[in-house]
Design a binder for this molecule. Structure first.
Ligand code: GCO
Ligand code: MN
Ligand code: MN
Length: 389
């Protein structure tokens, strides 16, 4: 019998080179694992059943590489992708590691830094497109402040907007098939990061020259750090046609960015996320932006990667059982009972519907007496998840 939880390319699982490649350095301790060669990562992830890898420019091409070195690295990498049938669906720019970005990239006070960040991103966009990427992520890790006296808030929004506009016009001029996905994070590495949640991003996008080219890349850990519901942010982005990409991982609320293995911490939240993505048949890649615990050696890294994908598939199977559970569906049918006449009245404002609405004699006390069965529903969900049903 084939293992239904065995990841396959058709499941569209992707990992950042920087995720499995994370050597375990943290602010208090040095690396615990040797670096992985990108070509080796491609081979290993393909053996585990992944669809592709995503990358920052400098995950592949070192910051100070010459043009010749760059071309050699890229052609060797392309060969590895072809040899192992792996794709690069998404690319991004490292605008946070080099000290030049200590005050931000597109929002640094120094115009030279902002211009350099734009130059670096143009090159990184070219690299991503050369590797086949159709999604380009912007995560402004250093776009923030500790000292609010240092920067004018509206200027930082304007500089961010000018940069995004610059890039959408560039992509159109080049004729690239590329869309942008903006990733929010409330803090870390800056004390506060600008545009800190997916909600902030969704509004910012509507102020751009080409909003249709720009969506969001919500991350489980980042919304959870902010104490928000990830699934609610994802659902809003999806409903407005803006869920272009997703960063799957896990996180305890209000901590530093833990980037834990998917499903390792908040099983119910992970379940509702997977159920949502599968129920709506979301066509994006299931990208993991997480890393192995610092306790792990290389084998632990592959256990981590396999675990992310396997847990996703297990939760997908649980979602199927939830959807096929007669008792659960019975409760849901009752909760979701429709009223075509009332809903028709509410859907669109007309002077006539105001008149009709005013005439209805509601009985709030009677309506309020009805129990909704959510206790039962939640218990049944728990039982599906724990394998009792
Ligand atoms: C983080 C971020 C990053 C970004 C990555 C791609 O908190 O470190 O999640 O991992 O997702 O830089 O833009
Ligand atoms: Mn993160
Ligand atoms: Mn991320």
């Amino acid at each position: 019998m084939s293992d239904q939880y065995q990841p396959k390319p058709e499941h569209k699982f992707t990992f950042g080179l920087w995720t499995v490649g994370n050597p375990g350095r943290d602010p208090f301790g040095d690396v615990v694992r040797p670096p992985l060669k990108p070509t080796y990562t491609v081979k290993k992830l393909s053996e585990l059943g992944a669809y592709g890898v995503n990358l920052h420019d400098n995950d592949l091409v070192p910051f100070d590489a010459t043009a010749v070195e760059r071309d050699n690295i890229v052609s060797e990498f392309k060969k590895a992708l072809a040899d192992h049938g792996m794709k690069v669906p998404m690319a991004t720019t490292n605008l946070f590691y080099h000290p030049v970005f200590k005050d931000g990239a597109f929002t640094a006070n120094d115009p030279k830094v902002r211009a350099f960040a734009i130059q670096k991103t143009l090159n990184a966009i070219d690299l991503g497109v050369e590797l086949g990427a159709t999604i380009y992520v912007f995560w402004g890790g250093r776009e923030g402040a500790e000292v609010d006296a240092s920067k004018n808030g509206p200027d930082t929004v304007k500089w961010n907007r000018e940069a995004m506009n610059f890039f959408t016009h560039y992509v159109k001029d080049q004729g690239y098939d590329l869309r942008f996905a903006l990733e929010a994070k409330p803090n870390e590495p800056r004390g506060d990061i600008y545009l800190p949640t997916t909600g902030h991003m969704l509004h910012f996008i509507e102020t751009l020259d080409h909003p249709e080219m720009v969506g969001v890349n919500p991350e489980f850990a980042h919304e959870t750090m902010a104490g928000l519901s990830f699934i609610h942010g994802v659902a809003q982005a999806y409903e407005s046609g803006k869920l272009f990409h997703i960063d799957l991982n896990d996180q305890k609320m209000s901590r530093f960015d833990q980037d834990l293995r998917f499903g390792s911490e908040n099983i119910k939240a992970a379940f509702f996320l997977v159920k949502f993505l599968e129920d709506v048949n979301w066509d994006g890649n299931r990208h993991f932006d997480a890393h192995a615990y610092r306790t792990e050696d290389e084998q632990g890294v592959w256990d981590f990667a396999a675990g992310c994908m396997r847990s996703y598939l297990i939760l997908k199977e649980k979602a199927r059982r939830f959807n096929e559970d007669a008792e659960i569906q019975g409760i849901l049918a009752e909760i979701h009972a429709r009223d075509a006449e009332l809903e028709g009245l509410m859907a669109h404002y007309t002077a006539e519907s105001v008149g009709k609405l005013r005439k209805i004699d509601f009985d709030p006390d009677t309506i309020a007496q009805k129990g909704l069965g959510y206790e039962k529903l939640d218990q049944l969900t728990f039982e599906v998840l724990t394998g009792v049903r």
